[in-house]
Design a protein around this ligand. Structure first.
Ligand code: SRM
Ligand code: SF4
Length: 570
């Protein structure tokens, strides 16, 4: 193809090409006190450093009237493989949230923390403070491998323990290398590095222009798919014999995001590629990411995900190219095992050796103090007193780990003192629900999500109780746009922002993340969501077979019947 006929690369490719391994002119623009926001190129590059430029959307109306322009601020996302933090690291993050951010910590759906509302003038101090605690933000966002997920539950289980080690090893292996030098220069006052013409060699996996787009990896267990492995670009499903890991099934090509009015974009579940030996984990992650680097679409960012390479090629060609060009190890067939569960890991559980962990439900992942529920203060006090390790889950929840039997009573009484509910006192629908941040921080939000879901859950609890389903585990996930940050297309009920106060309603996913749900009605006003769902709940309550779950029931009765029940156009 001649240069004239070759498809035009996306502008972000230019930012990376010119960016000198993620430097751009970030250091200069960050240091310039006359600027309250960044140029387009630096806005692209700062994502690789774990930060997004945002604006306070709540402030738009008032500021618009007074003509003072946008209230710029920054989001900062940590890179926390497996969601692990020491007590001191947790306390440092809590302090940073108060000193530099909006006074909240936000647990993400990829078991990390985000800070919101950081002003440009505080960016450098904030990122430096995070690093002082030996936590990084490099690669939290950007066209690189993102936070690697694994089941965080510290159960006495050798397979889970090995998965955590493999998760950390993959995260380290796929971390930017030249980009790390840039990160040190910009945020930590490291010495500038001089680059020659062959500087690409210094980013051995990514090269100069990194990936076409983000890349996501997770480890999971067949009986506990708490990381939603089929939503990932690359999934390692642990296969054990007699409690010990013997290898991983490799899944590739999952993803959630789609764009309204663009039928070429859609959520897809990852496909089974093969079975690997535990010693091949790094090679498999490197091979898959390099395949994506070379074959992902660099012209259209809407389709620049590994899932579309898989979709466009088909599984057979994907396997052929992967084993031939990217993974010099034997091609072994996938071990046929079903996904049979998804554990939230709530409540007290034994870690073995006389130690326990407590899994707590955090509404939409937001750790804050609000009226009588002083979650942030309570967690701070408990972690400071007991020096317990903290782990974050992919369901936006938190675990306090390594507590003795005697300490458990103290923790329980402190939770009561700070008004923090024990998970067993919450409804199943609340514990299973998730929402993305959306307004006021996310620039892509079309509707409210995190701020809207609590009221919706209250209504759902009433509706479920009325038909005798108060204890039914039904997963409801909401997002403020179709990008799918709370993985709404894999829940039994998905509520996706359409615009204003209207949402697209999806029903019929699987409680263990094995199946995508289906759009049942577009543009449903917020106040009609629960009345419509109530009709399906009532039918489910009377027509379900023994032990049948809500999503399975909806799939069994089919779309025409569901549409009839909720009064959606056929
Ligand atoms: Fe996401 C973009 C928040 C997990 C798919 N996501 C964004 C941005 C950065 C908006 C932006 O581009 O300006 C959001 C920042 C909002 C804010 O104010 O904080 C955002 N995504 C989040 C988080 C915080 C949601 C949450 O409730 O926790 C999650 C951070 C995870 C982390 O710690 O790394 C988050 N995002 C996801 C997931 C779920 C997952 O990874 O398991 C998905 C779906 C899976 C996937 O990637 O397909 C997801 N986010 C997207 C997309 C759509 C990508 C696509 O393929 O089209 C975007 C849009 C984009 O990248 O341009 C996006
Ligand atoms: Fe923003 Fe949309 Fe992601 Fe929600 S789903 S955080 S609105 S990009």
């Amino acid at each position: 193809m001649s240069d004239e006929t070759a498809p035009k690369l996306s502008p972000v490719e230019g930012h990376k090409e010119e960016g000198r391994y993620l430097r751009g002119t970030l250091a200069e623009e960050i240091a310039d006190p006359t600027l309250d926001h960044l140029s387009d190129a630096n806005k692209s590059l700062i994502k690789f450093h774990g930060s997004y430029e945002q604006e306070d959307r709540d402030a738009r109306k008032t500021r618009g009237k007074t003509g003072v322009g946008k209230a710029y601020m920054f989001m900062i996302r940590l890179k926390l493989p497996g969601g692990k933090l020491t007590a001191d690291q947790y306390l440092a993050m809590d302090h940073i949230a108060g000193q530099y951010a909006n006074g909240t910590l936000r647990i993400t759906t990829r078991q990390s923390f985000q800070f919101h509302g950081v002003l440009k003038g505080n960016l450098k101090a904030t990122i430096a403070a995070i690093n002082t605690s030996l936590v990084t933000t490099l690669g939290g966002c950007g066209d690189v491998n993102r936070n690697v997920l694994t089941c965080p539950a510290p159960l006495p289980d050798p397979t889970r323990a090995q998965m955590m080690r493999d998760c950390e090893a993959v995260a380290a292996h796929l971390a930017p290398k030249a980009g790390k030098q840039a990160y040190h220069e910009i945020w930590l006052n490291g010495e500038p590095v001089k680059f020659g013409d062959d500087a690409g060699a210094e980013e051995p996996i990514y090269g100069k222009t990194y990936l076409p787009r983000k890349f996501k990896v997770a480890f999971s267990l067949p009986h506990d798919n708490c990381t939603d492995i089929l939503a990932q670009c690359l999934g390692f499903q642990a296969i054990s014999e007699k409690g010990n890991l013997i290898g991983y099934n490799l899944f590739a090509g999952g993803g959630q995001g789609q764009t309204n009015s663009n039928p070429d974009t859609y959520p897809l579940l990852a496909q089974p590629v093969g079975f690997i030996d535990p010693s091949e984990v790094l090679a498999a992650s490197e091979g898959t990411i390099k395949l994506f680097r070379d074959h992902g679409d660099r012209t259209n960012r809407k389709r620049a995900r590994l899932k579309y390479v898989m979709k466009d090629w088909g599984l057979e060609k994907f396997r052929e190219v992967f084993y031939r060009d990217y993974f010099p190890h034997p091609a072994r067939s996938v071990r046929e095992v079903a996904i049979t569960g998804l554990d939230l890991h709530h409540g007290w559980q034994s870690m073995g050796g006389g130690k326990f962990f407590l899994g707590l439900s955090v509404e939409n992942g937001r750790i804050k103090d609000e009226s009588h529920l002083r979650l942030r203060s309570g967690l701070r006090a408990i972690v400071a007193k007991y020096k317990c390790e903290v782990r974050l889950t992919t369901q936006q929840d938190i675990m306090l780990c390594g507590l003795s039997m005697d300490e458990r009573a103290g923790v329980d009484s402190m939770l009561s003192e700070y008004g923090v509910p024990r998970p067993e006192t919450l409804s199943q629908v609340q514990r299973l629900s998730m929402a993305c941040p959306a307004v006021p921080t996310c620039p892509l939000a079309l509707t409210e999500s995190e701020r809207a879901l609590p009221a919706l859950v209250d209504q759902l609890e009433v509706a479920l109780k009325e038909v005798g389903l108060a204890d039914e585990p039904i997963s409801v996930r909401m997002t403020g746009c179709p990008n799918g940050c709370a993985r709404p297309y894999q829940s039994e009920v998905g509520i996706v922002g359409r615009g204003g106060t209207k949402y697209t309603l999806y029903i019929g996913g699987d409680s263990y993340g094995r199946r995508l749900n289906t759009e049942i009605q577009d543009s449903v006003p917020f106040d009609q969501l629960v009345p419509k769902l109530s009709k399906v709940f009532a039918a489910f309550a009377t027509e379900r077979t023994k032990g049948e779950l809500f999503g399975d029931y909806c799939t069994r009765i089919g779309m025409p019947k569901l549409k009839e029940l909720i009064g959606a156009p056929a």
